[in-house]
Design a binder for this molecule. Structure first.
Ligand SMILES: *[C@@H]1O[C@H](CO)[C@@H](O)[C@H](O)[C@H]1NC(C)=O
Ligand SMILES: *[C@@H]1O[C@H](CO)[C@@H](O)[C@H](O)[C@H]1NC(C)=O
Ligand SMILES: *[C@@H]1O[C@H](CO)[C@@H](O)[C@H](O)[C@H]1NC(C)=O
Ligand SMILES: *[C@@H]1O[C@H](CO)[C@@H](O)[C@H](O)[C@H]1NC(C)=O
Ligand SMILES: *[C@@H]1O[C@H](CO)[C@@H](O)[C@H](O)[C@H]1NC(C)=O
Ligand SMILES: *[C@@H]1O[C@H](CO)[C@@H](O)[C@H](O)[C@H]1NC(C)=O
Ligand SMILES: *[C@@H]1O[C@H](CO)[C@@H](O)[C@H](O)[C@H]1NC(C)=O
Ligand SMILES: *[C@@H]1O[C@H](CO)[C@@H](O)[C@H](O)[C@H]1NC(C)=O
Ligand SMILES: *[C@@H]1O[C@H](CO)[C@@H](O)[C@H](O)[C@H]1NC(C)=O
Length: 436
């Protein structure tokens, strides 16, 4: 299939996405008539839009939309035609690292600036005294939401959700939604707050919010388990992007000249090699002269935090978001905000493929309690380190006891939950070893 320039190719793409997926076992089927049309395939319709149309001016962008795909090595994405075409209208980051394996800790890190030792995809919750980027955004009145494809209702707390197979009604029901890809639900500071939990929204809400002109300024998008390549292939995900992202790129309700869209992946597929992921900056806020170019600065998932902090002059989390080695600000944003990135030579790049060896509150193998953030940290936004209610400042990283192997004690981290008891409920019913 030969593709003309993207701007004129939207119509062509719309009719070709079935072909691109046809090579894989599952065939991409559009869940709706279009990305801004609500569908019964998403279990429930949107009950309300967001209401706040206020726009807090950023230094480079007024909206950021992060779209997270799954488990793909850099080269695989880069060699896929849709990504090649998209790269022509964006800035490709060639040295962007996930921070660990497997999925869930990467999502957790992208919100809270650390993965706290987590090295599996189990059901966790993180206590409400641990801050996230949501605290930083709200402190400056920047609006935010996450949109989770096939999550059955707003703020759904369950571990997974299985629905009728919309691609094949005679096939068995399919688990389209998983909590491990929804970082906002994992943090109690968001999911246990009656006002905030409403911003954990469905894809039907995305359509409703966009059509009503009330899409917020910070947006985290998780496609379902087939569309994000997790259960399928990169070609399948490419077909999803043709259906969902491409039309939105030319829709002013979603993307205008003050919008940054970060298309990225949670982690590299192959654990034995460096954890480089394909990440592309798209949207009207990417300067035109950078379209079709690459940037080899070392970035990680923490860079998405520091970039947002720099853009809106926010405070910081005082965690890895303020660790200069791993949190370079996207260069075109750093230049406009005066942040000085660090150059990390290839032989000094930290290993991000380590798993199961980092102590923390979310591992049973090497458990240590949550530490308070580093109160002296300086973040890219210049503001101070955010402290949530209930935080014990005396619990500094250096004051914590040595790691304990809870497994050897037949115990587990207190922040691990039993998925069996939590389906659909919004309030934490039990925690850790107290779970039946
Ligand atoms: C659900 O998805 C299937 C597969 O693409 C499609 O045929 C059907 O029209 C969709 N339903 C609705 C209500 O959009
Ligand atoms: C659209 O947003 C406005 C506020 O900007 C709100 O008053 C209205 O109810 C919303 N419309 C719908 C259909 O929810
Ligand atoms: C995963 O990342 C490494 C480091 O950049 C890269 O060399 C490797 O090719 C990637 N995996 C694949 C199979 O593309
Ligand atoms: C809308 O409200 C109904 C009834 O309470 C609920 O079943 C449905 O899940 C809600 N939709 C969303 C997107 O939360
Ligand atoms: C739909 O699912 C049924 C049951 O698994 C299977 O036999 C059939 O081949 C599938 N159809 C397509 C078009 O994949
Ligand atoms: C991580 O990748 C490096 C190569 O970059 C390799 O030498 C090392 O064995 C990998 N570590 C693990 C735990 O797979
Ligand atoms: C900063 O990141 C590097 C690379 O991951 C790591 O070695 C170092 O310990 C980190 N510093 C702090 C204070 O966490
Ligand atoms: C955070 O809150 C939890 C639960 O109340 C508490 O056990 C822990 O000590 C607190 N940690 C810090 C760093 O304040
Ligand atoms: C852990 O459980 C095993 C099997 O039930 C038991 O043999 C062992 O003594 C227990 N260890 C501790 C430290 O309680």
């Amino acid at each position: 299939m030969s593709l003309a320039t993207l701007a004129s190719a939207t119509v062509l793409f719309a009719s070709s996405f079935r072909l691109a997926g046809a090579v894989s076992a599952q065939t991409f089927e559009p869940p709706s008539k279009g990305p801004l049309v609500q569908t019964a395939n998403y279990t429930s319709f949107s009950n309300h839009t967001l209401h706040d149309k206020s726009v807090v001016k950023g230094k480079v962008f007024d909206r950021i939309i992060q779209v997270w795909l799954e488990n793909t090595d850099y080269e695989s994405a880069a060699a896929t035609p849709v990504f090649e075409q998209l790269a022509k209208q964006g800035l490709l980051f060639t040295n962007y690292k996930a921070v660990t394996h497997p999925s869930e800790p990467n999502y957790v890190a992208a919100l809270g600036g650390d993965f706290f030792g987590m090295h599996d995809d189990d059901m966790y919750h993180i206590p409400s005294n641990i801050s996230t980027v949501i605290d930083l955004l709200e402190a400056k009145c920047v609006t935010w939401a996450t949109y989770q494809e096939n999550m059955p209702e707003d703020g759904y707390y369950g571990f997974t959700y299985t629905a009728e197979n919309y691609g094949n009604s005679s096939a068995a029901p399919y688990t389209y939604y998983v909590r491990k890809h929804n970082p906002l639900i994992i943090y109690d500071s968001v999911s246990q707050d009656a006002a905030r939990v409403k911003n954990i929204r469905t894809f039907n809400d995305f359509a409703n919010d966009a059509v009503n002109g009330t899409l917020p300024q910070w947006i985290f998008v998780t496609p379902n388990m087939i569309n994000d390549a997790h259960d399928t292939t990169i070609d399948f995900a490419a077909s999803f992007l043709e259906y969902w992202l491409l039309p939105l790129l030319t829709d002013k309700r979603v993307n205008n000249d003050r919008t940054l869209i970060l298309l990225t992946f949670d982690e590299n597929e192959t654990y034995e090699i460096e954890n480089t992921i394909y990440s592309l900056a798209l949207g009207g806020a990417v300067p035109k002269h950078l379209h079709g170019t690459t940037d080899d600065t070392l970035y990680t998932h923490y860079s998405a935090l520091s970039t947002v902090q720099a853009n809106w002059g926010l405070g910081s989390l005082g965690r890895q978001d303020t660790n200069a080695t791993v949190s370079n600000v996207f260069s075109f944003v750093a230049q406009k905000t005066g942040y000085k990135n660090v150059h990390v030579p290839a032989n000094k790049v930290p290993q991000f493929n380590l798993t199961g060896v980092v102590p923390g509150a979310l591992t049973s193998q090497a458990f240590i309690p949550f530490a308070a953030p580093n109160l002296k940290a300086k973040g890219a936004g210049g503001g101070h380190v955010f402290l949530r209610p209930g935080l014990n400042k005396a619990l500094t990283a250096s004051s914590l006891p040595p790691p304990v192997n809870m497994v050897a004690l037949n115990s587990t981290t207190p922040w691990r939950m039993s998925p069996r008891t939590t389906s659909g409920k919004h309030i934490i019913p039990c925690a850790g070893s107290a779970c039946p």
